[in-house]
Design a protein around this ligand. Sequence first.
Ligand SMILES: [Zn+2]
Length: 435
Amino acid sequence: MVSYLIRNAQILDGSVPQDIHVADGVIKAIGAGLDVETDIDIDAHGLVVLPGLVDLHTHLREPGREDAETVLTGTQAAAKGGFTAVHAMANTFPVADTAGVVEQVWRLGQASGYCDVQPVGAVTVGLEGKQLAELGAMHDSAASVRVFSDDGKCVDDAVIMRRALEYVKAFDGVVAQHAQEPRLTEGAQMNEGQVSGELGLGGWPAVAEEAIIARDVLLAAHVGSRLHVCHVSTAGSVEIIRWAKAKGWDVTAEVTPHHLLLTDELVRSYDPVYKVNPPLRTEADVLALRKALADGTIDAVATDHAPHPAEDKDCEWAVAAMGMVGLETALSVVQQTMVDTGLLKWEGVADRMSHRPARIGRLSGHGRPVSVGEPANLVLFDPAYRGTVNPDDFATRSRNSPYRGLDLPGRVHATFLRGVATVLAGELVEGGGLA
Ligand SMILES: [Zn+2]
């Protein structure tokens, strides 16, 4: 196995840069001026070292939509973004609602070698919201599923949601809800507000998200189970989650990078690259989300990486698919919105993008501290780098990035998966972690 000496990396905010010796898949030693023989020497002067990032919300599209993404291209994109584990959402074709499909996705992840893939199981058969899927069989499978979600669709039937919450308690699972009241969002095309009024586009009101979150935190408390709220997008949702947490209920939440940076003003361009679900909201929502991530009310950043081929995006706004790619820009957006604004230190970024998401997904081996003896899942990030986003350079198979042409700070220099570099000098390593 290849060994590495990472020289002069910044491990904690304000600490003296240290050397990190990586061998046999683990962190062997940390210290100043380490004197060890290794195969590869990396000058990490000026680089921040973080635990490998963990994404709770990734659409890898395989099986079924390999024209948009495959497990291989999606995990390559993840590695380039600094991720060492991603949760693959269940809305594939076929839907990941059986032990067979989640095992297939899990095995494809193992074979990729670039990033661990933890399949998310569907809550209901076919994501149809009518009948609970085989949650226990998916948990007992080789994929050991613990996170269940009908993401893309809301589990809107209160009885089904209650049963799912009750069921997952048996194995410490969690239901991750895409909170969208379906009747309130029929024909919705963008955030309901001043801009939708001026453009005459169908509105997706904040209350459609907030009403479901309010119901679900009450249900989770009632049955004593664990709820995770996907892609929180409104200031009102933050208030409800803050209230639920103050009650001591086991509720966690995530926010996407795009909801931390972009607003519904962008929809004035009618460029479908800005069409996403939940929609881009207002400046006041963006600021409330940043504050909630900073104070821990929102636990995690999750990308909701949603690749779509050009034909589904290069079309009229009304018929375009919803979603944006995000794995390769997530850390840069978080630097711009949370670190450069003084809201989070790098330790806080490690907490919201690695420690907490790993804990929510119950992933052992990820989200660990950068300490001797720990698995060497690491990312070296250069916060001083300045560049213009060009999606044509991405590893993801799709190009639907809302950041094209935008100057974003920072760049992933290297990513290590259990002690093997998947990315070096900003480029994918051939064979990834299997090399
Ligand atoms: Zn969703």
